[in-house]
Ligand binder design. Structure first.
Ligand code: TXA
Ligand code: MG
Length: 316
């Protein structure tokens, strides 16, 4: 389907009511969260969830995150435990997704979990996401609102460029403040980091009182979405660039002379918020080769470097 008119909805009562009505009738609406824009559909509706995969061109074995308005709602769908209680109490709402055992009577479409016995669930903090989830009153399945393998969207306009004509609506809530997807941790058994993201690992480990197991990307069954080439801009990407080669544009970090700077002050939070935004901008500038300054690995740097590594990975 590529001949839909994608409605641009405002972040007001009328926009929320319209988005909710589209979800109720099985349609797709992209909406802002504090991390990135999500492509939402009713998580209980098989056809609606199937359309998410279709619109994104996403392999169906890759499961989706369910978004709910609060912890009580999350507990309707997953088996809760003490670690989940501690972590959700400290960090929800926020840029954090928990993977927990799926309840057998959850009522969710099996497409959401792609057949896994676990569910990824998240309570976002963005006021527009909260208002929408409250208005709709049900679980919303939402991957990032970009075509599969492309850069995640941090503005409504990014969504329109990638998915315009394929989805019913996009709710425009401005730029995402965190700018990186949520951190994903598995809490079914030993706490495991499945994807670094908008919540620094150090903060999670302090709250847990233990070091998390780092999931190895070599095991595709645990986090099937962690494919190596991902977040890819049109241009080639070279990392840890101290000098610039002929024909390259420099995506800088810190006090360097460059085409676009993630953070002149060397602030990792600012760099995270700018990352996808700048990659989209370099795409729009028709860059063919991008060099990226070295980024430190602590705090949000771990997630930034993870995304950059995938953007630079060989593509097939
Ligand atoms: O910030 C975010 O997390 C955004 C916003 C929209 O919430 N969403 C997002 O979704 O990044 P997506 O689909 O692009 O990434 C979700 C990741 C995928 O790598 C997927 O494989 C993994 O979560 N995932 C989902 N369910 C899982 C499960 N049961 N076990 C392990 N990994 C799971
Ligand atoms: Mg994604």
């Amino acid at each position: 389907m590529s001949d839909l008119t994608t409605e641009i909805l405002k972040a007001d009562a009328k926009g929320y009511a319209r988005a909710s009505a589209i979800w109720c009738s099985g349609g797709l609406v992209a909406f802002p969260t504090e991390t990135v824009y999500g492509l939402g559909a009713d998580a209980r509706n098989d056809l609606a969830v199937a359309r998410i995969f279709e619109a994104k061109g996403r392999p169906t074995f890759n499961p989706l995150i369910v978004h709910v308005e609060n912890v009580t709602r999350a507990q309707e769908f997953v088996e809760w435990n003490d670690a989940a209680d501690r972590i959700a109490g400290a960090f929800w709402p926020g840029p954090l997704t928990l993977v927990l055992p799926l309840k057998p009577d959850s009522g969710l479409s099996p497409l959401v979990t792609a057949g896994l016995p676990t569910l990824a669930v998240r309570v976002p903090e963005h006021p527009v996401a909260k208002a929408l989830l409250t208005e709709f009153g049900g679980p919303i399945a939402a991957p990032s609102a970009n075509p599969s393998g492309k850069i995640s969207p941090t503005q409504a306009n990014h969504v329109l460029v990638g998915l315009g004509g394929k989805i019913e609506g996009v709710l425009d809530g401005g730029s995402c403040t965190v700018g990186l997807e949520s951190t994903i941790i598995g809490l079914s058994e030993t706490p495991t980091l499945l994807r670094p993201g908008g919540l620094p690992i150090e903060a999670l480990e302090t709250a847990l009182g233990e070091t998390m197991v780092r999931h190895s990307t070599a095991d595709p069954l645990i986090a099937p979405g962690q494919m190596t080439s991902h977040y890819a801009p049109g241009a080639s990407v070279r990392l840890n660039a101290e000098t610039l080669n002929e024909g390259e544009l420099l995506l800088g970090f810190g006090p360097v002379s460059c085409d676009l700077n993630l953070s002149e002050a060397g602030d990792l939070r600012e760099a995270a918020a700018n990352l996808f935004h700048h990659l989209h901008a370099l795409d729009a500038m028709k860059a063919t080769a991008i060099a990226v300054s070295p980024i430190p690995q602590h705090g949000l740097g771990a997630a930034i470097n993870d995304r950059l590594k995938r953007a630079a990975a060989p593509r097939d």
